[in-house]
Write a protein that binds this ligand. Structure first.
Ligand code: TPP
Ligand code: MG
Length: 493
């Protein structure tokens, strides 16, 4: 890593977009319906969005419109529509990415918690830095307890964020509360920083009656409409094109709002392994061509379960791909929460310029824990490699060193914090574990307004099996027992 580099975005092009436009919002509806409606309509029937499509046309920069420029006989540069401004050359030189210098990694603090550029500082108030620290510690304590609880068989699955707490908590702290977020699964800190409570985490993990998702998802697949975080999907990378689409919808909203209205962006998190999926490429490309206000945060933690990055790609990490898609890009030291915050703030600002543009940030942090409770990482990596990283660098210890350097923290405060957070996690754990499971009818409800004929036959079949084999299927711990299915069937379509 290169310490002490200025925060410079690789900006593949400077787009000459005009400033702000005003048009009346075409519909008055709930946020959620407006989203999907605008997205759907804008893609399929741009003509009904006369105002918006007019704006989009007016705002289209030259590099997007010149589709049929021809080279003049004595031109010095190529004017092919697909590669503008490329100079002619008579040297046949093969472009060798390996000869280029690696993209630098932005840092604010060094490994000893010392500020590198004293003039800029950390741009964080002491009180806020303390809150960030407490949240990171709380997350790591919850992770330890829940990992152990899974090992005891008290929940089916869990995933820890060890080593990546700074990325999730730092980036979330730099966003506006109404920005729309899409996570992968190792961003528990984003939820925590936004205000998802310990009770809400536990209710989801134990899939009880208070779980927002009514027990329909695996543990760790949190979702919260209230905090504008979409529900996590296990299918790797699907969140990335969803985020590009949602950002396109926000672009329409931002453009139709008054200039004083708060502008929103989409932030999408994913691992470097997810960036090997086709969805990543499709999403970044459409985000770039549509110029949507999205920040794509790639957590590069060195592994996709057992596959190390060396088996995943040969380029300069994921950041180098941003340049390929014409997207402003940053690489940041993920162990440095101040660098993460500053980069995220900068990316958010850029994402709203010129009526929107995507930004990619690659945040580097080693995955200290196992991939999930279903994984034993020592089957594919040396224990010493993990121990080395733990000792060498860590977002929590780096911030602690900085806090101690300013006399804001000491051993007594640390002990008190850890014991208090442990108690808080354990009491939320106790409350959630005691609650009943959601009613079985929820497995069928909320798909269609009324049960379809096919669903009805599925519910009947399930009810018959549960009633015939009560010993094999003891469903009394589910709210309403088998009878909840009767309720569902009694509802007239
Ligand atoms: C489409 C799809 N393929 C494979 C998987 C299995 N899978 C789950 S997580 C994962 C690794 C993802 O690695 P990365 O994106 O780097 O995230 P990390 O776990 O390192 O945080 C894989 C292959 C999946 N869930 N979905
Ligand atoms: Mg990874």
């Amino acid at each position: 890593m290169t310490p002490d580099v200025p925060l410079v975005c690789i900006t593949p092009h400077i787009s000459p977009w005009p400033a702000v436009f005003h048009v009346k919002p075409p519909f008055k509806m709930s946020l959620r319906s407006r989203y999907s409606r605008i997205c759907h309509d804008a893609f399929r029937r741009p003509s009904i969005y006369a105002n918006v499509s007019q704006i989009t046309r007016k705002a289209t920069p030259a590099w997007q419109t010149c589709r049929s420029v021809a080279s003049t006989p004595n031109a010095q540069k190529v004017l092919f529509p697909g590669a503008l401004n490329s100079e002619f050359t008579d040297t046949l030189e093969v472009l060798r990415p390996s000869n280029n210098k690696a993209i630098p990694t932005y840092r604010v603090l060094d490994q000893y918690g010392e500020v590198i550029n004293k003039e800029i500082g950390v741009e964080t108030e002491d009180g806020e830095a303390l809150e960030l620290y407490k949240n990171m510690v709380c997350l790591s304590i919850m992770d330890l307890i829940m990992f152990e609880a899974q090992r005891q068989g008290r929940l089916s699955f869990y995933m820890v964020s060890a080593g990546e707490e700074g990325i999730a908590i730092g980036s979330a702290s730099a966003l506006n509360p109404t920005d729309v977020i899409f996570c992968q699964y190792r961003e528990t800190g984003v939820y925590m920083q936004r205000g998802f409570t310990l009770d809400q985490f536990m209710n989801q993990l134990f899939a009880n009656t208070k779980d927002i998702g009514l027990g329909r998802n695996m543990p760790v697949h949190y979702g919260t409409e209230k905090l504008h975080i979409h529900t996590i999907s296990s299918t790797l990378a699907t969140q990335i094109p969803h985020a590009a689409g949602a950002a396109y919808a926000l672009k329409m909203q931002n453009m139709t709002q008054s200039p004083d209205a708060e502008k929103r962006i989409v932030v999408c998190y994913f691992g470097e392994g997810a960036a090997s999926e086709g969805d990543f490429h499709a999403a970044l490309n459409i985000a770039a061509t549509r110029q949507v206000p999205a920040v794509f945060v790639c957590r590069n933690n060195g592994y996709a379960i057992s596959t190390p990055t060396s088996d995943q790609y040969r380029g300069d990490g994921i950041a180098s791909r941003g340049a390929g898609y014409g997207i402003p890009t940053l690489r940041v030291d993920g162990n440095d929460i101040f660098a993460v915050r500053r980069a995220t703030k900068q990316a958010r600002k850029l994402a709203l310029e010129n009526d929107g543009q995507p930004v990619l940030i690659e945040m580097m942090a080693y995955r200290v824990g196992h991939h999930s409770t279903s994984d034993d990482s020592f089957a594919y990596r040396q224990k010493i490699e993990v121990e080395d990283w733990k000792r060498r660098d860590n977002p929590i210890t780096r911030l602690r060193k900085w806090l101690e350097g300013r006399n804001l923290w000491d051993e007594d405060k640390e002990r008190e914090l850890r014991s208090r957070k442990r108690k808080e996690v354990l009491s939320a754990f106790d409350r959630a574990e005691k609650l009943k499971k959601p009613a079985i009818k929820n497995a069928f409800a909320d798909v269609w307004e009324d049960l379809t004929e096919e669903q009805r036959s599925h519910v009947e079949e399930m009810r018959d099996i549960l009633k015939r084999y009560p010993k094999e299927y003891d469903v009394d711990h589910h709210e309403g027992g088998v009878e909840s299915l009767d309720e569902l069937l009694a509802k007239k379509s």
